[in-house]
Design a protein around this ligand. Structure first.
Ligand code: KG4
Ligand code: ZN
Length: 332
């Protein structure tokens, strides 16, 4: 039987992404970042929508070209329905609806967070079900239990900032470029994580909270600058290392708690923060000690991408879970 070919589009935040999947294989995965936000220290929704409008045609064209697929060969078009920035999502959704309508093929709506969980199933080794996933990105931090491909339950989530946001906001305080997570990771490698101490958030259940930690860094830097106007320059690696370690240890503490409570030992880490070198190192060490099987996707599948949207879409296609043209994007 011919394997279905699906074009997937992801436009929930500040990356315009497209991918083509045939059966289980990703044929092309294109990500076009938006540099316009760098000067603002965060994503500006209106600028993101405009950049998506400009990028979407060339991104889709180059994805089809790389995949060696003509649009007449597509069996469905998938798009990210939410959560995300509504204006940005609308660009991808409208494009997908227009293309699917013109070609007379089904439309598939995908939940962005479901797709991040699926980044573990793009390439082998793939985790078995039941599977526990720590998803930590710029917009989300949550612990989710997957019993099957289309059957999952979130058992813990952040009550305020996301882990990536806690890193990005800290980087902004330290004068580092946006997005700051990779910069903190970079400077932390040269620093001593024991040098300074930040209060680890305490939440008894499986939920997360990062806003107190972020505020403690703000006060710490303010007090340091009052004594030494070059405080940041003089201590940047140690501040980054100490702050990053607090964030990573907290994420792993909650993951450990979730593993204990669910008894699931197939464990994944997904989302942009999964690219963090300390999180990768420490989770690998814990896995060896406790006998967990740990899965971290390839870097291009950790941050926002359309391959993960395509992966969910291929399951939904098999189950004939199609969306109507009246389906609308949602922010949360
Ligand atoms: O998944 P993602 O691309 O987008 C969202 O859905 O939010 O995640 C982006 C987040 C940003 O907060 C960014 O700072 C963080 O992932 N990030 C990192 C690293 N690379 C990206 N955080 C820590 N260390 C990294 N190496
Ligand atoms: Zn994301």
């Amino acid at each position: 039987m011919r394997k279905p070919i699906i074009l997937a589009i992801e436009s929930s935040c500040d990356d315009t992404c497209a991918a083509v999947i045939r059966g289980n294989n990703i044929l092309a995965n294109v990500i076009s970042g938006q540099e316009v936000h760098g000067d603002y220290g965060g994503v500006v929704p209106e600028l993101a929508s405009r950049a998506h409008q400009k990028n979407i045609m060339p991104v889709v064209e180059s994805t089809l070209l790389q995949a060696g697929i003509d649009k007449s060969g597509l069996d469905a078009v998938a798009f990210t329905q939410g959560p995300g920035l509504v204006g940005a999502l609308l660009v991808g959704a409208s494009f997908a609806k227009g293309l699917a309508g013109a070609l007379g093929i089904p439309l598939i709506a995908v939940h962005h967070l479901h797709a991040h969980l699926f980044s573990h199933y793009i390439d082998p080794p793939r985790p078995a079900f039941p599977f526990l996933c720590l998803l930590a990105s710029g917009g989300h931090t949550q612990l989710t239990k997957l019993d099957g491909p289309l059957n999952y339950e979130t058992i813990g989530r952040t009550t305020d900032d996301a882990a990536g946001e806690a890193l990005d906001k800290a980087a902004k305080v330290l004068g580092l470029p946006y997005p700051g997570g990779p910069w903190i990771d970079h400077w932390a490698r040269k620093g001593n994580p024991e040098k300074f101490s930040f209060p680890q958030p305490s939440t008894g259940n499986l939920d997360f909270s990062f806003s107190g930690l972020k505020t403690s860094l703000l006060y710490f830097v303010r007090d340091g600058l009052a004594k030494d106007k070059h405080f940041i320059q003089n201590h940047l690696p140690d501040i980054c290392a100490s702050y990053q370690e607090t964030v990573v240890d907290y994420l792993l503490l909650k993951l450990k708690q979730a593993i204990r409570e669910t008894g699931i030992h197939e464990v994944g880490i997904a989302g942009g923060v999964a690219a963090n070198s300390l999180l990768r190192k420490k989770s690998g060490e814990l896995a060896r000690i406790y006998g967990w099987k740990i899965f971290v996707p390839e870097f291009q599948y950790c941050t926002d991408n359309a391959a993960m949207i395509a992966k969910v879409a291929s399951y939904k296609f098999r189950e004939k879970q199609f969306a109507g043209h009246s389906s609308t994007p949602f922010a949360r």
